[in-house]
Design a protein around this ligand. Sequence first.
Ligand code: HEM
Length: 206
Amino acid sequence: MALTENEVELIKSSWKPAEDDPKKYAVLLFKMLFTKYPEYPKLFSDFSDVDVANIESDKRVLRHALKVLNAITGVVHLLGDPEKMNDIVETLEQMARGHLRRQIGLDKFENLGHVLIEFICQVNDFKCPASVTVPESTDSTAPNKTTNGGADDNAQQTAASIDASDLVKSWTKLYSVILDIVKKESASTPSKLIDLPTASSMDDDI
Ligand code: HEM
């Protein structure tokens, strides 16, 4: 991942709202995730009865959503403090292993990445460009995917959407750090090793 100064600046400024009000934005991120992937609450032992319209009031959702948001904040911070890189990578590796044991693999992390990009655009009042590369493992053999974030007509793209395109590219690069870690861990985690740790044992892990 080689981010330019401008990309780092874009990432940090666009993440600021989430960093300043983690609860509010953690809920929003998961509301968007569960709306787009309504089957995901069922992955959580306790979330299966989640009412997506009212997840603000659901402490169980908030707890996990905050972990995700804080992990991303940690990665964003690392951009300004490369010495912490190893700590963050280790934490993310443990997190990835915990999820892989539950069969939450690369596809779900990629889908979280798609939603994260839409989230960033929404939080910053940007229209996502019509067709952008979504967070993807840096594996060059993986097919490129595109997402339609809302702007259907290229002709309607304004200067703001050009900025949004830079924003999306920057976040795509950054999120690929997480995807690469999940990918690396999936290659080394035996697929038959499916123990389902309790939330608290995963907390220890992470
Ligand atoms: C950067 C991404 C993520 C981070 C940092 C993260 C973090 C965590 C942590 C710390 C836990 C264990 C403690 C707890 O239950 O709160 C956990 C559990 C869990 N995570 Fe994630 N997570 C991420 C992405 C995902 C994704 C993409 C999914 C599925 C779509 C997912 C599904 C789960 C499930 C099902 C559990 C078990 C919770 C339970 O059943 O009680 N996570 N995650």
